[in-house]
Design a protein around this ligand. Structure first.
Ligand code: 5RP
Length: 231
């Protein structure tokens, strides 16, 4: 009889992948750091090796504050050239490394820092793995004056879009914009979808990360951290 697998909480799985991501941090360099509860675990792990790195480029005000509070120097994206690695979570990831991101409203800066990096290491627990993107409401950062028009365009696709709220008012991103959360999509061709929606006037960033897909996924499972490499 095989012994049962240990049971881990989702928080413990996030901590395991956050710790495992340290293997991808290049000593002496600046590391790209994403946003979210999984990345917060990575930031805690990164603080234990902070003397071995030069610092971080952060994808949000929240991550910047957390990094600085732990004594990790933070550089602006435009102060540095190419980063060797970007470490971030995801709301969904498929078998090709295509992702939906933006649950934490940081998608625009996340895409910028991902594009600046040679390698995207995605850290997620196994609940984020999907066959097809779209079950998680797709975040789209938009210029506020375009939100109604864009909601109509999504409705024409058979989806429904709502402006994300916080404390009874539209949430305002780090870039001063709004987020549309789009339900009811089935994104069979993430590259085509990202291309199409990115061109709609008023869209700042669509939360499909197909052009900036993951190169590696560290997947937290009850059997341990699995490493998925994508071509
Ligand atoms: C923030 C993001 C996050 O990476 C994504 O929402 C996953 O977050 P978490 O690790 O808290 O589940 O895209 O904009």
């Amino acid at each position: 009889m095989t012994s049962p697998l240990p049971t881990f909480t989702q928080d413990e799985l996030k901590a395991q992948v956050g710790q495992a991501a340290l293997d991808y941090v290049v000593p002496g360099e600046i590391v790209g750091v994403g946003t979210g509860s999984t990345v917060n675990k990575f930031i805690e792990a990164l603080a234990t090796v902070k003397d071995r790195i030069k610092g971080a480029v952060s994808s949000s005000v929240a991550s910047t504050e957390r990094l600085r509070a732990l004594g990790i120097p933070v550089f602006e994206s435009h102060e540095v050239d190419v980063l060797s690695v970007y470490i971030d979570g995801a709301d969904e990831i498929d078998h090709r490394g295509f992702m939906v991101k933006g649950g934490g409203a940081a998608l625009t800066r996340e895409k910028i820092v991902a594009a600046q990096s040679r390698r995207f290491v995605c850290i997620v627990d196994a609940s984020k793995q999907v066959d097809m993107l779209g079950a998680f409401p797709l975040p789209v950062e938009v210029i506020p004056m375009a939100s109604r028009q864009l909601a109509r365009q999504f409705a024409a696709m058979g989806a429904s879009a709502q402006v994300r709220q916080k404390d009874g008012a539209p949430l305002v991103t780090d870039n001063g914009q709004h987020i549309l959360d789009v339900k009811g999509l089935k994104i069979a061709d993430p590259l085509a979808f990202e291309s199409q929606v990115s061109q709609w006037p008023g869209v700042v960033t669509v939360g499909v990360f197909a052009f900036q897909k993951a190169d590696v996924c560290l997947l937290g499972t009850p059997a341990g951290v699995q490493t998925l490499n994508f071509d």
